[in-house]
Ligand binder design. Structure first.
Ligand code: FES
Length: 154
């Protein structure tokens, strides 16, 4: 994490003095982009750097599901299972993804290619069911579209 401190310093310059704790979230995002997840040593380093208690970092980490404490597969499939998506077939999409990949939600395939997650509303309810492949939205998902997606990524 130490090699990111020059970037953190530039972020800090955009905040009013005395508001270093506001940097917890953007710093965690940057750490995750660098490592792929937030390791314990990152938490310790960030607490020291920002002079915030560990609980403040842990609260942010546990609140935002996009922040991860462990590494994931090369491709991250995140299927929304909230109300609009559920009413339009999300459970079928999840079940199909589990069968196709041979994993349960929260697991990574043995070859490290895919991690499957279920998430709450992705903010695209009008095009439910929705899933994300890494940072890209795939809307109005069907089992056929999911098959084609997985085949294209395998
Ligand atoms: S409920 Fe799935 S995007 Fe909102």
């Amino acid at each position: 994490m130490k090699h990111l401190i020059p970037e953190f310093e530039r972020m800090k310059a955009r905040f009013p003095a005395g508001f270093d704790s506001s940097l917890v979230l953007p710093c965690l995002h940057r750490i995750q982009a660098d490592r792929g997840f937030v390791a314990d040593e990152d938490i310790v380093g960030l607490c020291e750097y920002l002079k915030v208690p560990r609980i403040q970092v842990e609260e942010v980490l546990s609140y935002y599901t996009m922040l991860r404490r462990e590494g994931i597969g090369k491709t991250h499939l995140q299927v929304c299972r909230n109300i609009a998506c559920s009413m339009r077939g999300a459970e079928d999409v999840i079940e199909h993804a589990c069968k196709r990949l041979g994993v349960k939600p929260g697991q990574t395939t043995a070859d490290g290619k895919f991690t499957l997650s279920t998430v709450e509303c992705l903010g695209s309810c009008g095009t439910a069911p929705v899933l994300m492949v890494n940072d890209a939205y795939h809307e109005n998902m069907t089992l056929e579209k999911l098959d084609a997606l997985i085949a294209g990524l395998s």
